[in-house]
Write a protein that binds this ligand. Structure first.
Ligand SMILES: [Mn+2]
Length: 437
């Protein structure tokens, strides 16, 4: 059966096209900086927003109109599998991502839940074989069920901790079976509300213990996916432990986990942490921890995680500029962790939203590629830091300088001359690049 029968495979038609169901910028085979667009971007569809989400919010019931609405939970789960592969094929996206509870409903017991999961994983495996679609990553949802009200890997209750561990174990087995490129840990409720009832040190130690167990088990079963942690500063907890890239990297280093993990960075989570997405990518990049991207955008007028489809070209350009600068996305990808707005409830909107996101990222990639080809921004950095390439600056970089030698230099170097940073000029140039492609 077809879930999107009236929609044909989305084609690249180029900038002149006014067909809303066509790409204007995303041309998978087009080469940018020696590599195909499809290889740079490695797009993924998020199962939860695209197939499981129904448009409900804290003020009202779901609005989405989907062909599987009337079905029982297990039949619904089976229908969504078919819809997933039809959608991936028609939109031309090679990867998808899911949480365990997106794909199959929970049962009364862990045994029953795992049985439901196995039924759906069988179907996913078959669908991947026949369609060629791949799993960018999977993860465990350890935040929706009420048992996780106080956290999972940081729960104050060892029974909950054990349940979470069992869920991670199953997740790793599922990931191995489906050939996942990455396995993600998003600390859904790993955080706290008040220190008055929280042993912060123990909770963080326990979280690290869980990660070490996951590393050991993945090794044991021969699951060689890249492990990723997804930082987020708040929501649902007031204080989330994986606040941002820098906090997460410091956690990984403290517990000797840094060689086993990279980061899955999300644009809207960066915004909530008071950063730009490009800041987070740069921090990960300089620490060799850029793993994968959750592509979306927040609304600066709202204080929560709105997960909108990315359409801001300044953001997509700077994102792709940072990715290219970091040497690419590796085994990661650009996963649309984005949901259509509640008012965009028709299935057509799923296609139009992904086209918007894919075209915006392709546009950003082209602009960023041009910026790098022209060496414009790199040239600015080279000039701005040139005092470190000779004289006293070169001695600092070579590790030859001491406080005494720097003092001797400073005493005779008077006055010091600074230069303008010229950021207004640079920002205008950025606009020129974006609108030239
Ligand atoms: Mn989000």
């Amino acid at each position: 059966m077809s879930y999107f029968g009236n929609i044909d495979k989305i084609q690249f038609e180029g900038k002149g096209s006014d067909n809303p169901f066509a790409f204007k910028h995303y041309n998978p085979d087009e080469v940018v900086l020696g590599k195909k667009m499809s290889e740079h971007l490695r797009f993924a569809v998020a199962y939860w927003h695209t197939f499981t989400g129904d448009g409900s919010d804290p003020f009202g019931a779901g609005t989405a109109v989907r062909a599987w609405d009337h079905l029982s939970p297990m039949d619904k789960a089976k229908a969504r599998v078919e819809a997933n592969f039809e959608f991936l094929e028609k939109i031309g996206v090679p990867y998808y991502c899911f949480h365990d509870r997106d794909i199959a409903p929970e049962g009364e017991t862990l045994q029953e839940t795992n049985k439901n999961l196995d039924v759906i994983v069988d179907l996913l495996e078959q669908g991947m074989k026949s369609s060629g679609a791949k799993l960018l990553w999977n993860t465990a949802n350890m935040f929706t069920n009420p048992r996780f009200t106080h956290g999972a890997g940081t729960a104050p209750n060892a029974d909950v901790y054990a349940y979470a561990a069992a869920q991670v174990k199953k997740g790793l087995e599922v990931g191995k079976r489906l050939g996942a490129e990455n396995y993600v840990f998003w600390g859904g409720r790993e955080g706290y509300e008040t220190l008055l009832n929280t042993d912060l040190g123990l909770e963080l130690d326990n979280l690290a213990r869980l990660y070490h167990m996951a590393i050991a088990y993945a090794k044991e079963i021969g699951f060689d996916a890249q492990f990723l942690i997804e930082p987020k500063p708040k929501e649902p907890s007031k204080h989330q432990y994986d606040f941002d890239a820098a906090t997460t990297i410091s956690f990984l280093q403290k517990y000797d986990l840094q060689n086993h993990f990279k980061l899955n960075l999300e644009a809207n989570h960066a915004t909530l942490a008071g950063h730009t997405f490009e800041h987070e990518i740069r921090v990960a990049g300089i620490n060799n921890m850029l793993g994968s991207l959750d592509a979306n955008q927040g609304d600066l007028l709202l204080g929560w995680d709105t997960d909108e489809f990315p359409t801001d070209l300044y953001a997509t350009t700077l994102t792709m500029y940072e990715v290219l600068r970091a040497g690419g996305i590796g085994r990661g990808g650009v996963n649309f962790d984005a949901k259509v707005r509640r008012g965009s409830f028709e299935v057509e909107d799923l296609f139009l939203a992904h086209i918007a996101g894919m075209d915006s990222f392709a546009w950003g990639l082209k602009a960023a590629g041009k910026m790098i080809e022209d060496n414009f921004f790199e040239g600015i950095l080279e000039n701005r830091y040139r005092s470190f390439s000779e004289g006293i600056g070169a001695e600092v970089l070579a590790g030859k300088a001491t406080l005494q030698s720097l003092e001797a230099y400073a005493l005779q170097n008077n006055p010091i001359k600074n230069e303008s940073g010229r950021q207004e000029r640079i920002k205008l140039k950025l606009s020129e690049y974006i609108f030239s492609v």
